[in-house]
Ligand binder design. Structure first.
Ligand code: DQA
Length: 145
């Protein structure tokens, strides 16, 4: 059975492609999923992309991943900078975790410079646009091979 990677996305990322395109670009989450699926296929991995505006839902998906996924690629969006609860959930997940940010958070407001999730992530990608997701999936390919 092929290993599954969850691609979890936090608040406002449902508007990807429409929201502040000068920062986040014109691609949508559907484009992200298609690109990730292509890369996952090269490594014999399966992937599932999910998005929620609700912190508890993201935590529930991380818990679900404990049983169903070998890795998590997560863009927690604004919860990156606030959520000890998502960090705690990720600490209870034993597989690989890669944190992705579309924009370079370090070039932006200082409140975006701190990430709770980075305390758990095995790797962090920021500022590579939506390509960051596919690159994270490539890394999952090496980690989960
Ligand atoms: C983001 C960066 C966060 O600071 C912001 O709240 C987002 C998106 C990114 O992908 O660049 O919503 O995670």
């Amino acid at each position: 059975m092929s290993k599954t990677v969850y691609i979890l996305n936090g608040p406002n990322l449902n508007l990807l492609g429409k929201r502040q395109p000068e920062i986040y670009g014109h691609d949508t989450l559907e484009d992200v999923e298609a690109n990730c699926r292509k890369v996952a296929g090269e490594f014999g991995l399966d992937c599932v992309l999910m998005q929620s505006n609700h912190e508890g839902q993201i935590i529930d998906w991380v818990h679900e991943a404990r049983e169903k996924a070998a890795g998590i690629i997560i863009n927690p969006a604004a919860f990156t900078h606030t959520s000890v609860a998502i960090l705690d959930a990720l600490n209870a997940f034993e597989g690989a975790v890669i944190e992705v940010h579309i924009s370079n958070v370090h070039k932006r407001e200082s409140f975006r410079h701190h990430s709770y999730v980075s305390l758990r992530a095995d790797g962090v990608i920021a500022g590579l646009g939506v390509e960051g997701y596919a690159l994270a999936m490539r890394r999952m390919g090496s980690l989960l091979a």
